[in-house]
Design a protein around this ligand. Structure first.
Ligand code: SF4
Length: 164
């Protein structure tokens, strides 16, 4: 398995010990939407998620079952190869359908966000990468509309060229 180009840019992300023994079990509860460039890499394990703008592909938890890549000791078996969405969470970047801005959030579903124990340095680095990567805008709109708890806290936004 190869690593997608966007995920490669984010290979520095490691939230370290924070995820160990976490009671949230994100890989048992949520799915990760695949970037178009990741769909082929994960075609054996992906499933379709419908959005009002069309379908996206995802891996992870489904029908109450954990992600097939989660080991019995709660570790990701493909950690160094995990896709973009797994990699950046609990950071999320959505498209603001009203303004065209890209909005970066922290997801309050992650206990480390609530407890404020995430490394600010790592989060800031993630934001810097998200500001410069070229994510397909049509995909980003679908990703934004894919069903999600949406308990999000905005941390910054990247203004669309018409708003800057
Ligand atoms: S690929 Fe790894 S990090 Fe992503 S949901 Fe599955 S087990 Fe979790």
């Amino acid at each position: 398995m190869n690593l997608g180009n966007v995920a490669k840019e984010l290979s520095f992300i490691d939230f370290g010990d924070i995820c160990k023994n976490c009671e949230a079990n994100c890989c048992r509860r949520f799915y990760a939407v695949l970037l178009p460039e990741e769909e082929l890499l994960f075609k054996e394990s992906s499933f379709t998620v419908s959005t009002p703008l069309g379908a996206v592909k995802a891996i992870g938890s489904r029908n109450g079952k954990p992600c097939p890549y989660l080991s019995e000791d709660n570790l990701c078996k493909i950690y160094s190869m995990r896709p973009f969405d797994c990699r950046i969470w609990p950071v999320i970047m959505y498209y603001d359908l009203k303004t065209g801005d890209k909005v970066i959030y922290l997801d309050l579903q992650c206990p480390a966000v609530i407890k404020n124990t995430l490394s600010k340095e790592v989060v800031d680095k993630v934001i810097e990468v998200l500001k410069k990567i070229d994510v397909d805008e049509e995909w980003l709109k679908k990703y934004t509309l894919a069903p999600w708890p949406n308990t999000l806290k905005e941390i910054t936004r990247i203004n669309s060229p018409q708003n800057s």
